[in-house]
Ligand binder design. Sequence first.
Ligand SMILES: [Zn+2]
Length: 305
Amino acid sequence: MRPVSAEFPVNQPFGSMKTAGVAPSWTPDTVGWYVRLYGNYQPYGHAGCDIKCPEGTPVYAMAAGTVLWADWGTKLPGDETNAGYRQRWYLYKGFPGIVTVIQHDGWIGVYAHLSRASMNTGDKVREGQQIGLSGGTGGVAPHLHVEALVDLSFKTGGGLIYGRTNPEQYFGSAAIAPQAEAIKPIPKEWDDMATPQELFNAIWGGPGMPMLYNNELGRKEYPGTMLGAMTDRVVRQQITPLRREIAAQNAQVVNLITALAKVAGGEPFDQDKLLAGVKAAAEAGIKAGIQDGTVTVDINVAGGK
Ligand SMILES: [Zn+2]
């Protein structure tokens, strides 16, 4: 059956909008517009069909089946090799956002960009059972993207794109009433910690290669942790002069305790030597700070010669 209510129309059919050879464009909603945002992301055309619906629209299983995946697409297994893609049903890790994959009878349904996946891997679902809520995860405008994978050799050609066929053939009649389910509480929410890729998508409006850069501490960072790098820098600037000052203070305290111990033990107390030690320790600490430019202080240790 239809994965969302029939009031929401299909706005990007299967096989439409081939991006191969299309130049980037600033004209909204043209193929070139999406090429500018996402690159040559669907050279053979749309591998599924898009249904424009607001975030939070209930999404239903197109047929009965078993849930194979219900989580962020960025967590899907496999690397960028062909074998890696096969492991994850030829899904591009960054793009589908929260995605639910269901093994139906003889084909696999993919439900992408969800705001919430309310099923878990291994769950059995009935046709029309609510499996989550639509959304715009993966850095897209809110819509439901559904796919019907029928060929696990992931063939393109002969009407298939990466083994996908037109999912609309499984929409059937709208006669089967959706069987609403209470949504199970699961720890998959909008406010989950975002991965660097998800942050990248959120910042730059689409998926792409995560860009590494050297932060202030020389570590490799993703743009998503830029805030963390800035915090590192601020903390370092604040903490260095404090550390110098504490070192100087500590040295003075050690000297005073040593002197007090000597007095308490009846040893002769050399005031000049003590004060010289205090001054030297304080100056050494501050001098190190002045040398690397983190401290500017006028030092005047009382009792110095
Ligand atoms: Zn789509």
